[in-house]
Every structure is written in structure tokens, then in C-alpha cells.
Design a protein around this ligand. Structure first.
Ligand code: ZN
Length: 416
């Protein structure tokens, strides 16, 4: 792990420039060390960052104005943070422990489940976002003073709203000035919520964040992260040590069970129930079912079924047997069709019939175009694709020309 001195981007060298740059560097280094130490104690021994990350996960500071208050995880670059001046105040993602810990959560999940990166399923994207928010929650709880503040604020009712449940308070303020509908009332997303599980295909593309959930993964993720906060509170209560050390222990147990569930869950459209079922299995295997009631209570409150679609047992991450499914380029203003890779078993060539998983991949691509998240470059010959979605949206996916085949291919660039 490494943190690039932000002063480099200003044409200076080293982390010894004064003021803001120095603060950004020290702050990010501190957050990354704390978050990495926590996750190093949770992931299986021998785990390393994704192969494309070159062994060292870096944090980059993009200091250009007007990039939005955001950050992303990129397999090549590592973590990239941006900022924007809002109402005369410079708000920078690199200052936020929540946002940096969230992006590191994407990197951790990608290290143990690289196959989720290009799964092309909306609920899997939402789980990645939930995992990022949970990473911010759990790594925040490694600070003794913050644990005491949470215990005081909630009077020991950990499932209630607190400094660690309110994800991105400062960034949330900035978004509220620019796009009030896209964040909650007091933060970007609050893990203390009552949103319930529904098939993601039945939800609208976007809704006001404070009021309801939508297909946007940053919105739908709150169903799972809300259940996880409930589970964390259940572990804390079960262990009957109602102090800072008890809360620290609960954060370790809950993180361990989450990691086991995430590592073994099979790729499926209904990914929340799949992870939930595997977390219950993990609790039985590690703790003899000690936290089963806490898990079931948490999932039931958020109406996440914990029955599996697939057989029990681990789904070892690895290269899946993928085939290309072709999507009509004309629908998106492209002169050529483009390929999306989907699991081979989900697509029957012989019957020329698209499976539910293939339809889900089509819907996944369509949602991204509608939200302006696909970079098409010179392939957009009619300008139609550029006109889709809000201006300035960060492009998480792209359509590139495959160097070997010369054909167009749809891929992910990063998680934001
Ligand atoms: Zn994210």
C-alpha cells in the first residue's frame, strides 16, 4: 500500500509541501493504514491485491477543480480522489475517512472475489457498494474514541444512527447543495435505515435517496448495509460486553462472517440472499451458530430471503467459463454491435433463447447508458450515446475495440 504525495500533482515533489496537500497526504495515509490493518486481520492469509494492481495499492489525488466530490477504485491506478468547490468551500473526497475506506473496501472485495468485477449484474454491483460502506463502518470502529462516541450517541443501541452509520457526512453536505435528491438528509447514505429487499428489476432507475430505493447500486446497497448494521448490533448485544472493547470485538466477528459469506457466495442475480445464506453457513462453521438468530433477525427486518438458489458450499473465485453475448449497438447510437461477457451456462445458443441472466446483463448495460456511465469515445458516431444520462457523470464502464479480434467489447473501468 502506498499514498502518492498530492503535491506531485501541483508540480512539486514529496509530501513536504505545506497546508492542504500535506494534510491530504497525512490524512489518507492514516486512514489507509487503519483500514488495511483491519482487513488484513479478516481476509485469508496470503491474500494480495488484484494482480493488475501491482502488489501495492496507491492513492492518487486528482486536484483539478470541478471533478465532483467523489473517489473510485481502479485496478491499474488504485484509489483516485477528486474534489469540487461548493458554495465557496473546497470539498475533497481525500479528506473523508468514509470515502477512502469505502474505496478500499472495493479493493479488498476485488482481491478476494475478482470475478465480481465484471459480473454484469445489478445486485452484485449493489453488494460491492454495500461492502464499501460496511468497510467505512468497520474500519471507523477500530478507533477507540469513535467507538466511545458511538456508544454515547446511541446509548448503546448500535443499530441507531451514529457517526459511523452516517456515510459521507461532509460529501453529503456538498451534494445536497448541488443535487439534493441524490443524498440523504444528513449524509450520503445512512446504514441505519428501514429499506427492504425487492427484486431490483421492479425498481425505478432513480428515486430521491432519502425517500426510497432505486436500481442505482448506490441506492439499493442500503438494503444490505442496513441489515449488516443490525447484525453488528446483534453481535454486540449477544456478547454482553457493553463497552468500547465489546464493540471492537463485535466489529471483528461481524466482519469475519461477512467476509466468509462474500467469499463463498455463488454468482447469481439474487446476490443479497445468496450472501445472506452463506453468512449463516459461515456462522455455523466458525461459531457453531452462535449468531444465527442475530443474522436471521437482521435479514428478516430488511426482508432479505436467506434461502439460496444454489447448492451450499464454496464458490472458489477464479476464471469463469464466459461467452460473448452481442448487444445491438444501434440502440445506443453506435455503428457496430458490442459484446458483453456472460456465464456460458446462462446462454443457450442452440435454442437461440436468452436466459434470465443474459436478460439481466442487457438490463445492466441499459441502466448504465441511461445513467451516462458508459464511455464510448469515437465509437459514438451519431452522438446519441453522449446525449444519454447526466452531463459530467463519471464513466465506470467503457466500450473498447478488442486488439485481437477488432470487435467492440463492453468492460468495467472502475467502481466509484
Ligand atoms: Zn463505491
Amino acid at each position: 500500500m502506498d499514498v502518492d504525495p498530492p503535491a506531485d500533482l501541483e508540480g512539486k515533489t514529496g509530501p513536504d509541501s505545506k497546508g492542504k496537500s500535506r494534510f491530504l497526504y497525512e490524512n489518507a495515509a492514516d486512514i489507509m493504514c487503519r483500514a488495511s490493518r483491519y482487513w488484513a486481520s479478516i481476509v485469508p492469509s496470503g491474500t494480495s491485491w488484484h494482480l493488475d494492481t501491482n502488489k501495492v495499492l496507491k492513492v492518487h489525488f486528482d486536484l483539478q477543480e470541478g471533478q465532483g466530490v467523489n473517489a473510485h477504485y481502479d485496478r491499474k491506478k488504485g484509489l483516485v480522489c477528486y474534489g469540487q468547490t461548493v458554495c465557496g468551500i473546497r470539498v475533497y473526497a481525500g479528506e473523508s475517512p468514509s470515502l477512502i475506506s469505502h474505496e478500499l473496501g472495493h479493493a479488498v472485495l476485488d482481491a478476494v472475489r475478482p470475478d465480481l468485477f465484471d459480473a454484469h449484474m445489478r445486485e452484485i454491483d449493489a453488494f460491492h457498494e454495500a461492502f464499501g460502506d460496511i468497510s467505512a463502518l468497520l474500519t471507523g470502529l477500530q478507533i477507540d474514541s469513535l467507538r466511545n462516541a458511538v456508544l454515547a450517541e446511541t446509548d448503546g443501541q448500535i443499530h441507531q444512527s451514529s457517526q459511523v452509520s452516517r456515510f459521507g457526512e461532509q460529501a453529503g453536505w456538498a451534494y445536497r447543495q448541488m443535487l439534493p435528491y441524490c443524498v440523504e438528509m444528513d449524509c450520503m447514505r445512512n446504514l441505519a435505515n428501514c429499506f427492504t429487499y425487492q427484486p431490483i428489476s421492479t425498481l425505478p432507475l432513480e428515486t430521491p435517496m432519502a425517500a426510497s430505493i432505486s436500481r442505482n447500486p448506490h441506492s439499493f446497497c442500503r438494503v444490505f448495509s442496513g441489515a449488516f448494521l443490525r447484525f453488528l448490533a446483534g453481535v454486540y448485544n449477544e456478547n454482553k460486553r457493553m463497552d468500547s472493547e465489546g464493540l471492537k470485538k463485535a466489529s471483528e466477528v461481524a466482519g469475519e462472517i461477512l467476509m466468509a459469506g462474500a467469499r463463498t457466495a455463488n454468482i447469481t442475480q439474487a446476490f443479497f440472499p445468496e450472501v445472506a445464506a452463506h453468512m449463516i453457513d459461515a456462522d455455523k462453521a466458525i461459531y457453531g451458530g452462535k449468531y444465527e438468530e442475530s443474522l436471521k433477525d437482521a435479514f428478516e427486518r430488511h426482508e432479505i430471503p436467506y434461502t439460496r438458489e444454489t447448492k451450499p458450499g464454496p464458490a472458489p473465485p477464479g476464471k469463469r467459463n464466459l461467452i460473448a453475448m452481442w448487444i445491438l449497438g444501434a440502440k445506443y447510437g453506435l455503428a457496430e454491435d458490442f459484446a458483453v461477457l456472460i456465464p456460458a451456462e446462462s446462454h443457450s445458443r442452440r435454442k437461440m433463447k436468452r436466459s434470465a441472466a443474459a436478460k439481466e446483463a442487457e438490463s445492466f448495460v441499459e441502466d448504465l447508458f441511461l445513467r451516462g456511465k458508459v464511455e464510448v469515445g469515437e465509437m459514438d458516431q451519431r452522438g446519441k450515446a453522449r446525449g444519454m444520462g447526466p452531463q459530467g457523470a463519471h464513466k465506470t464502464h467503457q466500450i473498447i475495440r478488442d486488439q485481437k479480434t477488432g470487435l467492440l467489447r463492453f468492460t468495467r473501468r472502475y467502481f466509484d
